[in-house]
Design a protein around this ligand. Structure first.
Ligand SMILES: Cc1cc2nc3c(=O)[nH]c(=O)nc-3n(C[C@H](O)[C@H](O)[C@H](O)COP(=O)(O)O)c2cc1C
Length: 212
């Protein structure tokens, strides 16, 4: 039986590499992705990678594939953020859930307020109202009291909040290792295990105790 797609929101928070690695692992594992990048995400692509993300949906899908290095497996549809009439704007379109990675504080605030001013926000609002899984990966520091209150509000509504905070106990060697830890913990929330992550092993942990 064909799997329902995963909705992937990419906002204008720093850390587009988190989105690229998420696309990579989901496509490599043959998942279907419905992707929406916010308008601000275009600015961040320019700032972080000095590249122009194409606005045309087909060209943008090719862009994400080429950045993620997965040219053939899985399916990927990109949607313009203004297209509030797209399939994913409706609760009748079945999904496995949605991930917003990286997620800006602006989008967190809009979710907390129930605003649906573009397709990304509407698709996220739909997951909440339908009782589906919505996983948000906020990236901001420091967090203001307003940010914390908005994160609390969405957590109270059932949203899984997975901050873009890597760990070191899996002995990361590269930036990608640090990023992949966050991506793996994010996809864990959807019961998807497709990131080759070296998970915590108490045996290994005790072997390298500073007391030994
Ligand atoms: C280079 C760059 C980096 C940014 N990084 C962050 C960030 O890490 N977290 C955040 O909340 N906003 C960040 N912003 C600000 C957001 O892009 C801005 O609030 C925008 O309105 C968010 O819109 P969106 O949520 O629709 O993508 C950044 C902006 C730029 C240009």
């Amino acid at each position: 039986m064909e799997k329902h797609p995963i909705v992937l929101g990419v906002t204008g928070a720093s850390g587009l590499i988190y989105a690229v690695r998420t696309v990579k692992y989901l496509l490599a594992a043959n998942y279907s992705i419905e992707l929406i990048a916010s308008k601000a995400a275009y600015y961040v692509w320019k700032a972080e990678e000095n590249v122009k993300m194409p606005a045309d949906p087909d060209k943008q899908a090719q862009f994400w594939r080429s950045r993620s290095g997965v040219e053939t497996s899985g399916t990927l549809h990109c949607h313009p953020a203004g297209d509030v009439g797209a399939n994913i704007a409706s609760g009748s379109f079945r999904t496995l859930g949605m991930v917003i990675i990286p997620c800006s504080m602006s989008t967190v605030a809009k979710l907390a307020a129930g605003l649906s001013s573009d397709l990304l926000e509407r698709a996220a609002d739909v997951q909440i109202k339908e009782g589906r899984k919505l996983v948000v990966v906020p990236r901001e520091t420091p967090l203001s009291l307003i940010h914390l209150r908005n994160l609390t509000a969405i957590a109270e509504a059932g949203v899984r909040v997975v901050p873009a905070i890597p760990a070191w106990y899996h002995r990361p060697q590269t930036i990608e290792d640090l990023v992949d830890f966050v991506v793996a913990r994010t996809l864990d929330q959807l019961d998807i295990d497709c990131v080759p992550l070296r998970r915590w092993n108490p045996q290994e942990g005790s072997d390298r105790s500073p007391l030994m």
